[in-house]
Design a protein around this ligand. Structure first.
Ligand SMILES: [Zn+2]
Length: 174
């Protein structure tokens, strides 16, 4: 979290739960991440998974921002667990790494436009790509899709400056 963002929210009573997360939870998480990083568990916190323990009231405040917590703490995954005191446990995240956003996630999408390990995209990135009309599929019949991964080629074919590759020549592309 940048200093600018911290300042904006901690000076405000508009988002009390968020202020509490920034002022109270974030230092606890950061301290634990730093300890594990120093011990060599990981290099970047994005490779870590954290469990935050706390009372029901505390967990309720965290739940308000649940989907944003991984990004706020710059970790792969956040689990919330009821416990006697507010604390954080860090471990190495498991799962696949998305090739686009580099997050470690259990949510690697299986999507016909971007099949296989070469793409390895998370569901969130697949949604983004679909929304910006990126789907680089150009040629398809009932069973096959020609997948264009080169942005320049994609624009050329889209604008008609380049012909679609003949279907017979596509086997090496897949
Ligand atoms: Zn992703």
């Amino acid at each position: 979290m940048t200093e600018k963002v911290k300042k904006l929210f901690s000076s405000s009573e508009v988002f009390p739960s968020l202020t509490w997360i920034i002022e109270v939870v974030n230092p606890i998480v950061n301290k634990e991440l730093e300890t594990c990083r120093s011990a060599g568990l990981f290099g970047k916190s994005e490779l870590a998974s954290i469990e935050i323990f706390g009372s029901i009231t505390e967990l309720a405040k965290l739940l308000e921002y649940y989907t944003s917590l991984p990004e706020m703490f710059k970790v792969a995954k956040v689990d919330l667990i009821e416990g006697p005191e507010l604390c954080c446990k860090v471990s190495l995240a498991t799962g696949g790494q998305c090739n686009r956003c580099k997050r470690i996630t259990d949510d690697i999408a299986i999507h016909p436009y971007w099949p296989g390990e070469k793409y390895n995209l998370c569901s969130r990135c697949v949604d983004v790509l679909l929304n910006i009309n990126w789907p680089p599929f150009i040629y398809r019949n009932e069973t096959d899709v020609y997948i264009c991964t080169d942005e320049r080629e994609w624009h050329e074919i889209k604008s008609g400056r380049k012909e679609l590759p003949a279907y017979d020549n596509l086997s090496s592309e897949k």
